[in-house]
Design a binder for this molecule. Structure first.
Ligand code: ATP
Ligand code: MG
Length: 432
């Protein structure tokens, strides 16, 4: 016997029970995004590899060790399964002249991302993000709006235990001065740094600050702080963001070691974290990235955004008691005999034409076993068609839940009778 094939490690099937939860959640998310004026954009899942190297930075976890990159066997192009969406979104905006021709853009996307990491709870090789990008907005108001809208989503979802951490990464020159001080400081502890730390000391020392290695905590705690190197403009921007947050009543903590994993950020950076998901506690991360558009070849444009990890958010939502409403059909159509089977098709289509969801029983079986399936489907009404009904061109309606008597009507009268059963006879709504 040949071996059964399995999904790639760290890439999950989302089976119907879970997929329904995802769709329910996606509806909430779309409403939420629209309520802030964000518009959808969809980019390809595969992009040229240089896009990510340029956008994310060569000395980052993602580019160094997490990308699924390959050479197209047919034409030798270097391609990568996207590890995140900001680079693609900005690439698309530049390519199609979105900001230049349409003014500032509020955009969002939703979809799978790919990173070759060690799979564990809340960390997968294919995972999903909602990305939100505000392109062409320079002020602290945009940063604050991004953070506020996250808070609103947590509230809509009834999440407990999500805390906001913010920091400012300042401007590139300020970061350069801080970087020199940081290298000088870390050089004193060179022997105690781990391999990543040693490697990054001169290439990306800022990243050493967000190390998860417990042995290095003391060293990084006492390291020079970026905040002490910020110029007046950066400081004013960061303070303005904080005022908006205070006005909105959103508590936050300034985390001086919050530097984010990607190179492209400047000024405001933020993370929403929970203690409920173990080491995978960050459910949302983002910030300002004013240099990225130019870095990718566009006319300079300020921008800011964030990404939410859907799997982590759903884990937290379920841990907070969140539950999806499951879709159920309005009717389950059971039938017995050849003439009845043909009428059943017409009955089911008549219902759908009038906006009702109907499951047509397929595969035969006794009335009793069909009725069991009707019950299990959760549908409130069974449409019953036996030889008798089929001969008369009629159908039976049997309420499966709640009150209401069984009735028999002509096929033409079925949608109206359905509406009567579901919404009450004196209401017109429901029937289209
Ligand atoms: P982490 O420090 O947990 O690796 P990150 O800084 O690499 O996160 P970002 O690139 O900022 O993550 O991505 C934004 C969000 O996407 C994260 O906060 C997280 O919720 C989610 N995320 C990132 N990587 C994964 C993954 N491998 N599996 C599931 N979710 C992920
Ligand atoms: Mg990561």
């Amino acid at each position: 016997m040949s071996q059964t094939l399995q999904a790639v490690r760290g890439m999950n099937d989302i089976l119907p029970d879970d997929a329904e939860t995802w769709e329910y959640f996606e509806d909430i998310v779309c409403d939420w995004l629209q309520s802030y004026g964000y518009r959808p954009i969809r980019m390809p899942i595969v992009e040229p590899t240089p896009l990510f190297k340029r956008a994310i930075g060569e000395v980052t976890d993602i580019v160094e060790k997490e990308m699924y990159s390959f050479e197209d066997a047919l034409n030798g192009e270097h391609l990568t399964l996207r590890p995140e969406g900001t680079a693609s979104c900005v690439r698309a905006a530049i390519q199609h002249n979105l900001v230049a021709s349409g003014g500032p853009q509020r955009l969002y996307y939703y979809g799978p991302m790919f990173r070759h990491e060690r799979p564990q709870k809340g960390r997968y090789r294919q995972f999903h993000q909602i990305g939100v990008e505000a392109l062409g907005f320079a002020g602290p108001d945009a940063d604050a709006e991004l953070i506020l809208m996250c808070a609103r989503l947590w509230e809509d979802l009834g999440l407990d235990d999500v805390a906001l951490e913010i920091n400012s990464l300042g401007a590139p020159e300020e970061r350069a001065r801080h970087r020199a001080a940081l290298i000088a400081y870390l050089e004193q502890y060179q022997d105690r740094l781990d391999d990543d730390g040693k490697r990054r000391l001169y290439t990306n020392p800022l990243r050493i600050l967000d190390t998860k290695n417990p042995d290095l905590q003391q060293i990084v705690e006492a390291a020079p702080r970026l905040a002490d190197y910020l110029g007046d403009e950066s400081k004013a921007h960061f303070e303005a963001v904080q005022i908006f947050l205070k006005d909105a009543g959103i508590p936050f903590r300034i985390n001086h070691r919050l530097v984010r994993g990607l190179d492209y950020y400047n000024r405001t950076v933020f993370e929403w974290v929970t203690t409920r998901l173990g080491a995978q506690g960050t459910i949302c991360a983002g910030g300002r990235y004013d240099g990225l558009v130019e870095q990718l070849g566009g006319k300079p444009q300020p921008a800011a955004g964030f990404a939410i990890g859907i799997e982590r958010l759903l884990l937290l939502w379920q841990a907070s008691g969140g539950e999806a409403e499951r879709p159920v059909a309005d009717a389950y159509v059971v039938h017995m005999g050849d003439a009845a089977a043909r009428l059943a098709f017409r009955a089911a289509e008549a219902l759908r034409e009038h906006g009702f969801a109907a499951i047509l029983h397929c595969g035969g079986g006794s009335f009793k076993s069909q009725m069991k399936k009707a019950d299990a489907s959760g549908a409130p009404v069974a449409i019953v068609i036996g030889e008798d009904e089929a001969g008369a061109g009629e159908v039976g309606l049997k309420p499966l839940r709640g009150p209401g008597a069984q009735q028999r009507v002509a096929l033409d009268a079925l949608p109206e009778a359905m509406a009567g059963l579901l919404y009450g006879n004196d209401e017109e709504e429901g029937i289209e």
